[in-house]
Design a protein around this ligand. Sequence first.
Ligand code: ADP
Ligand code: MG
Length: 343
Amino acid sequence: MTVPEEKAEDPREIRRIAAEVGRSVVGAAIARAQAHGLGGDGSIEGHPIAGDARATVLVEALPYIRRFAGAVIVVKYGGSVRRDPAPEDGEGERIPLRADLSTFVEDISLLRAVGMKPVVVHGGGPQIGEMMVKLGKEPIFKDGLRVTDAETLDIARMVLVGKINPEIVAAMNVNGPIAVGLSGADAGLITAAPKADNLGFVGDVGGVDPTIVTRLLCEDLVPVVATIGSDTAGQAYNINADTVAGAVAEAIGAEKLIYLTDVPGILADPEDPDSLVRFLGSGELAAMMAGGSLRGGMIPKAASCLRAVRSGVRAAHILDGRVPHVLLLEVLTDQGTGTMVCQ
Ligand SMILES: Nc1ncnc2c1ncn2[C@@H]1O[C@H](COP(=O)(O)OP(=O)(O)O)[C@@H](O)[C@H]1O
Ligand SMILES: [Mg+2]
């Protein structure tokens, strides 16, 4: 696939480029199918998916590429998405990129290549917990929130800003110099406020100044945000990444807010993976939250979805990030997956 090199500032120009990219993707797929020689039944020898089926998928993408050209899409990459165990330390060996990360960065790069403006916000709760255990510090939770003393804050900062963020940025930049890592403390992006008296440096979003994010987006770069914020005196706080993703989506006026997590979406019964709720209006989601069927890590996601769609974000989605390429399936095909929340 060739991506036009010219910069597009004008939305009409972006749409034209996106349509062109879509056409060239489809053209390339059809040409490849023909080069392989389509069989009488449309299948290609040695290829599990028929050539015309592949082309159909690409053609199906075209209206979505057109519709979302130039649109900001905030994607929260949950810490629980990680599919592979952390690689063993092999002496001098290269560490392979985890499968979940490599398909995720491919999806983000492709969405950008066809003219969308993705913003990545990442979490890292499980990884902070693992590092605390390694350092001999016992994680303590109150009402599902990690009590964060000064040492725990340092660990959270090391893991989020020092490890996970550069890992995502480096993986993304394999596809071209497109990603820039930042934390909520950069250029005043997130002003933090303490969440509660007894939780230490657990923050809430006090305010968002999206200027740095919009500046990066104008340069066709993908901001990758670690959710450490800072208060007006410069004190750092660890903030729930779901909350940050929602607040950033709201502040930029994003078209979509997408959560990638480790369940198929919002479940009517958290114990039953077959009880997926595919579509929720904001009133229905509010009722579900009040009814108590959302627990733990789903609560900040649901609350942020609700706020975001009520403040103008067109749609919020909760998807199973363990499914390879779930982001492309959701944004570029007719096959909706997971839960979609609209106003
Ligand atoms: N009603 C529900 N539907 C789906 N998941 C739920 C529900 N209630 C609670 N959960 C929990 O929310 C978890 C996702 O949140 P979390 O563990 O914080 O992951 P993430 O890293 O994506 O933020 C799921 O693994 C699930 O156990
Ligand atoms: Mg979580």
